[in-house]
Design a protein around this ligand. Sequence first.
Ligand code: CTP
Ligand code: CA
Length: 229
Amino acid sequence: AAPSALPRDLEGRRVVVSAGGTREALDPVRYLGNRSSGKQGYALARVAAQRGAEVTLVAGHTADLADPAGVRVVRVGSAIELRDAMHAESREADVVVMAAAVADFRPLALSSSKIKKGDREPEPIRLAVNPDILVELVKARPTGQVVVGFAAETGDETGDVLHHGRAKLARKGCDLLVVNAVGDGLAFEVEDNAGWLLTAGGDEHPIPHGSKSRLAATVWDAIGPLLRT
Ligand code: CTP
Ligand code: CA
């Protein structure tokens, strides 16, 4: 649709969106990373700006994506850097969206020099647990701020996608959780849906298959009624 056809319902709202994957350094030239493209977070930031919001995008590693028009972009590397940036940027925000793929673990030790191959068996890499940024943001949020999480889930022997989504929403304490159904069981698990939009209030909306822009619009539509007037 032409920009003029979009609602301007986020006019005057400050939003912070995280996107992309974190990289956890092993030494000056190596890291543990993930395959996140950042596209969903970028779409959320772009759509929010189109709908009138003042948007900050905190971006980890992404595919080669252009900065969305009218969006301030802050770049980060590791989960710890992402955490610091999110706390700093979210203080005055009306909405905070954690769409980033945060590494659950980081190497326990960071070698200050390049790890050499040597002639012995390699040492195992010991890991430390990264902070749960979403949980921290929920705890630190000012009154009225809406906090949104993302999750990719498969069903397993303990429950289906919706079951895991509900449990994660409760664990994180956020206002809205966007649950993407992933994996081979997709069609069986969720029939025609790409996932679920779950609210802390207990609303559960199936999300139809569609583009990342379409999903971004659906998410902002769901956030709208949660905003303070
Ligand atoms: N998240 C976060 N900090 C972390 C890990 C995840 O802020 N250290 C956020 C993600 O950005 C996302 C939400 O939490 O919005 C859910 O991420 P997910 O990886 O699904 O949750 P985990 O608690 O890490 O659970 P799992 O064991 O399923 O990976
Ligand atoms: Ca995780």
